[in-house]
Write a protein that binds this ligand. Structure first.
Ligand code: NAG
Ligand code: NAG
Ligand code: NAG
Ligand code: NAG
Ligand code: NAG
Ligand code: NAG
Ligand code: NAG
Ligand code: NAG
Ligand code: NAG
Ligand code: NAG
Ligand code: NAG
Length: 725
């Protein structure tokens, strides 16, 4: 009895110490502990050693421990579980861990461990779960791991491992879960894989090296989630996939699969998600796909027959899924590269990804709030579109847009407060863009991790970005680049060429970074906003403000000139004017050409004497020349231009005296104004080159050089001459 009490006291004592050091917690309650290195003093409490398993066989998942993995654990002979998911452990895995022969679970996922994996881990014959994902290990998986025949769960996503996927994984016949995503390892998928008949979850992605045929998974009848993405798989999709009745997720995207979609796939009754995007599948898109209510992504393939009506049918994404050789009979969005089905007229694009319509620096950023995600294509007014693909592993109902949920002090533009997310692939397209060079700015801010030094601040989001198919950001980590969470960062790409009519920004997860911080399912691309502006001078298809000002000024000048002439001719007021003193043509030629003193009466009195008499005289003479009742006697436009510029002297107008025909005068006016209108409208449709070809394009080429306040008198005549040329 005494011994028992003593034992109880010791247990209580241990719990007390444990509480003081760490705060006691259970599996269910993941309280953040104070930041701490694991205290070595623990091992010195020798008399308690036999009880360590009591506390240590709980895991330390999602804490904030730093430092290296302590070696004293190796002295705890009965240790079976060592769990450190989501901490800051650094350095290599110590050799001593390989000496804990009783170890059944070693969970080091989501830490900052480096170095090669110790050989002697292969001695841990009882090991069932070995979770090493989201660290920075290097080297290859040691041969000795082939001995770990009790493994049921092996995960090593996202480390920079080299070498081929080892054959010995075929010896892990008890394996139910195998994750080898984004490891930098080489294909092919080993021929021993088919021996893992108990697999329920197989995830391999982003292999380099040699391509391979579809691995034989025929006997893996318990398979629930099969992901073989970007694994260089060639050939056809085997029809037995239809017999894997437990299948819920099938992701074969980003491979080189050819041939038809097996009809057997339709017998997959539990399936929720099928991702076949970016392969070379041919033939028809079957009706069962078109009528499916599941999330199916068949975008970017090479289908040829029985074209569906649209790119998004229910939750089926078919964008760009047809061979480009198809004619006009299919919807534009089914064709390769989403060609413009109208005029390619857009030259800029502003999107507030995952957010509301906002105005920033004078630009209207468009709303982008659709919550659909796993297999979604949406196009907005033939102006832009986005395509989102994938399901968040471990959290299938996760959102595809996010806000600043952690009360981060988000600095910078408004658009950083919201973002669009995707687990796998996210494409934004600028549609019907004019050919030419563009500046593309991508705006990012990490708003899904905290900055308060708890495990929620330990997330690492890593993804790649391509623009126009060219990789521009590799292993991009927003928070790292920006210098923290909640801080906006803009990546600028200054010369993006649009050769067709589509601009394509692709964000893509390559299996790297953490996937379980703060919760499972937080990873993949995140983007806050997109700004696209042209590098070329925008000829709006109409006229620039400056050009319009120029035309108005020039037109006014012509009209005023004509009005002056008509007024002088007594066209207004009829008899009344005559009473006031009508001037006949002959007199005007006298007044105008000879009697300069009277000129002052013909120009605007408000000018006083502040005008060049010579120029006024020249203008009036030209006006008369242009309004001669006899069209044949009017000066040709080329001479008028020369005269206006003062290059040739103004010839005295020959005025027909006989029939002072007012109708003819008005006709002259009409003809002139019609002419100018014709010119204006030609101008508005006209190409830029037409303008540039003109020897007098100076004021027209750059809107800023045409101004209402111009005092340069040569400008207006040249403007009007442009109009009337
Ligand atoms: C652990 O982190 C704290 C602060 O975050 C630091 O002061 C300490 O030196 C770190 N310990 C180790 C072993 O890295
Ligand atoms: C290890 O723990 C088991 C119970 O989990 C116990 O039966 C065994 O005696 C322990 N062995 C040692 C060496 O403490
Ligand atoms: C698997 O583990 C059991 C105990 O958990 C052990 O007895 C057995 O030897 C192990 N098998 C191998 C092949 O190491
Ligand atoms: C991973 O480790 C390598 C050295 O092995 C280092 O160059 C690289 O920067 C590390 N990567 C990260 C993301 O820490
Ligand atoms: C992976 O390793 C290569 C060479 O060892 C290194 O250049 C590269 O930076 C590493 N990548 C990461 C993400 O650590
Ligand atoms: C797999 O296990 C068998 C029998 O234990 C052994 O002979 C073989 O070498 C192992 N294969 C590999 C690749 O480790
Ligand atoms: C596969 O799973 C079944 C059922 O859980 C089990 O009976 C069988 O032993 C397992 N096979 C291997 C090789 O572990
Ligand atoms: C398809 O996948 C290949 C290889 O992964 C990639 O280079 C290409 O950009 C992808 N194309 C599309 C349209 O996603
Ligand atoms: C897609 O189909 C077209 C003709 O239908 C063919 O020219 C092209 O090579 C195919 N592309 C691939 C990647 O198979
Ligand atoms: C850290 O931030 C998270 C999210 O806002 C919050 O749930 C948690 O309580 C914070 N922890 C501390 C210690 O401030
Ligand atoms: C666009 O055209 C330019 C010049 O002809 C060429 O250098 C570039 O590679 C083309 N880009 C694409 C994406 O086709």
């Amino acid at each position: 009895m005494g011994t028992f009490c003593c034992f109880l006291t010791r247990i209580l004592f241990v719990i007390l110490i444990f509480n003081c050091c760490f705060q006691f917690r259970s599996h269910a309650q993941l309280l953040p502990l104070e930041e701490a290195a694991i205290p070595e003093e623990f091992t010195n409490l020798a008399f308690l050693r036999e009880l360590w398993f009591f506390v240590l066989n709980r895991d330390f998942t999602r804490n904030y421990f730093n430092g290296s993995i302590p070696t004293f654990f190796s002295q705890l002979k009965n240790l079976s579980i060592l769990g450190f998911l989501g901490n800051r452990l650094s350095g290599p895995i110590p050799q001593e861990i390989g000496e804990i022969a009783t170890l059944e679970e070693l969970v080091l996922e989501d830490n900052q461990l480096v170095g090669s994996l110790p050989e002697n881990i292969g001695n841990l014959r009882n090991l069932r779960r070995l979770l090493l994902s989201a660290n920075n290990f290097s080297g290859s998986i040691p041969e000795s791991f082939g001995n770990l025949k009790n493994l049921t769960d092996f995960r090593i996503d996202g480390s920079n491992l080299t070498g081929k996927i080892p054959d010995f994984i075929g010896n892990w016949t008890k394996l139910t879960i195998l994750h080898l995503q984004g490891t930098s390892m080489e294909g092919p998928i080993p021929s021993t894989l088919p021996r893992l008949t108990n697999l329920t979850e197989l995830r391999i992605s982003d292999l380099s090296g040699a391509s391979s045929n579809f691995p034989n998974l025929r006997d893996m009848i318990n398979m629930g989630r099969l992901i073989l993405r970007n694994c260089l798989i060639t050939g056809t999709i085997p029809s037995y996939i239809g017999d894997l009745k437990s299948l819920k997720t099938l992701d074969l995207s980003f491979n080189q699969l050819t041939g038809q979609l097996p009809t057997e796939l339709q017998s997959l009754e539990s399936i929720d998600f099928i991702f076949l995007t970016n392969n070379s599948l041919t033939g028809a898109v079957p009706n069962w796909i078109l009528n499916s209510k599941r999330n199916l992504d068949l975008s970017y393939n090479n289908f040829t027959d029985s074209s569906p009506a649209s790119c998004q049918q229910s939750d089926v994404n078919l964008a760009s899924s047809f061979s480009s050789s198809q004619g006009n009979s299919i919807a534009w969005c089914l064709k390769k590269d989403l060609p413009c089905n109208g005029k390619a007229k857009h030259h800029s694009l502003f999107i507030n990804c995952g957010g509301n319509a906002i105005k920033h620096e004078g630009n209207n950023y468009e709303v982008d709030l659709s919550t659909k995600g796993p297999s979604n294509f949406a196009s907005i007014d033939n102006r832009w579109a986005y395509s989102s693909s994938g399901v968040f592993m471990g959290k299938e109902n996760a959102d595809y847009i996010t806000t600043n949920q952690y009360d981060l002090n988000v600095r910078g533009a408004e658009y950083y407060k919201t973002a669009r997310l995707a687990p796998q692939s996210l494409k934004y397209y600028g549609l019907c863009m004019r050919k030419g060079g563009y500046k593309v700015k991508l705006h990012f801010a990490e708003i899904m991790f905290t900055d308060n030094e708890t495990f929620s601040s330990l997330g690492k989001r890593i993804f790649d970005v391509s623009i126009q198919g060219k990789l521009v950001l590799k292993d991009f980590n927003i928070a790292e680049e920006a210098g923290g969470v909640g801080i906006g960062i803009t990546k600028e790409f200054n010369d993006v060429q649009v050769n067709g009519s589509t601009l394509d920004v692709h964000l893509y997860w390559t299996g790297k970074g953490t996937t379980a911080i703060p919760d499972r399912g937080v990873y993949g691309p995140l983007i806050s906003a997109i700004t696209v502006t042209p590098n070329f001078k925008v000829d709006t298809g109409g006229l620039s403000a400056g050009a319009i000002v120029g035309i108005v000024v020039a037109s006014c000048a012509v009209v005023i000139l004509l009005l002056v002439v008509l007024w002088m001719k007594g066209c207004f007021g009829g008899k009344d004017l005559e009473n006031k003193g009508k001037i006949d043509n002959a007199k005007i030629s006298a007044y105008v050409l000879q009697e300069q003193g009277n000129l002052l009466e013909l120009v605007d009195p408000s000018l006083g004497s502040k005008f060049s008499k010579e120029e006024a005289l020249r203008m009036l003479n030209i006006a008369l020349l242009c309004t001669n009742p006899s069209p044949t006697l009017r000066a040709p436009m080329s001479s008028v231009v020369a005269m206006l510029e003062g290059k040739v002297p103004v010839q005295a107008p020959i005025v027909k005296r006989s029939s002072d025909n007012q109708d003819a005068r008005f006709k002259a006016f009409e003809i002139l104004s019609q002419d100018s209108q014709t010119m204006v409208s030609t101008f508005s449709q006209g190409s830029h080159s037409q303008i540039s070809n003109s020897s007098m394009d100076g004021p027209w080429r750059d809107s800023s050089s045409v101004s209402l306040q111009t005092t340069d008198e040569t400008r207006e005549p040249s403007s009007s001459s442009m109009l009337l040329k």
